[in-house]
Ligand binder design. Structure first.
Ligand code: C2G
Length: 129
């Protein structure tokens, strides 16, 4: 079984996120999403998520491409995760291109093109205007 992992906050889930998850799943048979916890968002990513971790997890688990959701608590858990879950391929959007190449020692590393024209920031901005 080919296992794929990806990481993110996935807040105000939009089709850009879903397209990423769809393409990630196409790279294997089993997709794990390491979902940034509220604490990780606040303390380390300095990102304010609208939905709580549990709400974001609930939404992700309803997506047919997603097989498992685990917490992302720290920037430095990726090597451990890849080994612990026997990951074949690590996937991120290409806004992260190159940032996780150190994982090439442990698994395939794939950066997929981001979906243009959509982002949580844009959604929030457009809703306010
Ligand atoms: N994404 C995308 N297209 C968009 C917006 C996002 O393909 N229009 C992708 C991002 O590239 C990322 C995933 O969707 O791979 C999740 O996006 P975020 O929740 O913004 O992820 P981020 O906050 O960058 O967290 O340790 C890694 C971090 O947790 C990544």
């Amino acid at each position: 079984m080919k296992k794929v992992i990806t990481y993110g906050t996935f807040d105000l889930l939009h089709y850009g996120h879903v397209r990423l998850l769809k393409r990630a799943k196409e790279l294997g048979d089993y997709l794990i999403v390491a979902l940034s916890t509220d604490e990780f968002n606040e303390l380390k990513k300095h990102k304010e998520a609208y939905n709580s971790y549990n709400e974001r997890k609930y939404i992700l688990e309803a997506i047919k491409y997603v097989d498992e959701v685990i917490p992302e608590n720290d920037w430095n858990q990726k090597i451990t995760d890849v080994q612990k879950y026997n990951i074949d391929t690590f996937v991120m959007g290409d806004d992260w291109k190159g940032k996780f190449d150190f994982l090439k020692e442990y698994c395939n590393v794939v950066y997929l093109p981001r979906t243009p024209g959509i982002s949580t920031t844009k959604i929030k901005h457009d809703l306010h205007n």
